[in-house]
Design a protein around this ligand. Structure first.
Ligand code: GAR
Length: 201
């Protein structure tokens, strides 16, 4: 049975694009819905290009609105791909262990409220850490705190800028997130990835 996936977004949607490209016809999982909290999210155009229904939430803090959309589209798994707000607690409760998030650092380091986008990479560089990467984890009621399912590591290189590091991490994200979704589809629920996902600097 095909796993039905909703992808929640706030921005550009390159991780959504990576999923849409991986989950073509015949794949064991399919993106059936894109939810955005922002009407100007570039991800909405990516959904349209792939013919996937997309909606802008009128109130992203309203669990009723979320649940109505997820139920209407019979969603099995919710993927937060650059979704920058908290998912309402009642949605987390109803979809416990069926919501995953991708974060552009090696959690538990460099996560939590306010840690998104460029700020994450700035903090990594300021810390002097020799490596960074991407993490996919289960979503609970707190930012970036649920159980880690998979990580991909990339080196921090001498002279790195936040933008350079972000691009290297993003390339790893585009491999990691589809791998986690395919493993979830095979298992019928999100599961830890047995193997580290290859990453190339
Ligand atoms: C990605 O790097 C994702 O990991 C990050 O936002 C970017 C979205 O890019 N998410 C967070 O920082 C969540 N805390 P995209 O819209 O091109 O997929």
């Amino acid at each position: 049975m095909t796993m039905r996936i909703a992808v929640a977004v706030s921005g550009r949607g390159s991780n959504l694009e990576a999923l849409l490209r991986t989950l073509g016809p015949g794949a064991p999982a399919r993106v059936v819905l894109v939810l955005s909290n922002r009407p100007d999210a570039g991800a909405l155009a990516r959904a349209a290009e792939h013919g996937v229904p997309a909606t802008v939430l009128a109130d992203a803090g309203d669990p009723g609105e979320w649940l109505e959309w997820l139920e209407r589209h019979r969603v099995d798994l919710v993927v937060l791909a650059g979704y920058l707000k908290l998912v309402p607690a009642a949605v987390v409760a109803k979809y416990r262990d069926r919501i995953v998030n991708i974060h552009p650092a090696l959690l538990p380091a460099f996560g939590g409220p306010g840690m998104y986008g460029r700020r994450v990479h700035q903090a990594v560089l300021a810390s002097g850490a020799p490596e960074s990467g991407a993490t996919v984890h289960l979503v609970d009621e707190h930012y970036d705190r649920g159980a880690v399912l998979a990580q991909a590591r990339v080196p921090v290189l001498p002279g790195d800028t936040p933008e350079g590091l972000a691009a290297r991490v993003l390339a790893a994200e585009h491999r990691l997130l589809p791998a986690v979704v395919l493993a979830a589809a095979a298992a019928g629920r999100p599961v830890p990835l047995p193997q580290p996902v290859e990453s190339h600097p």
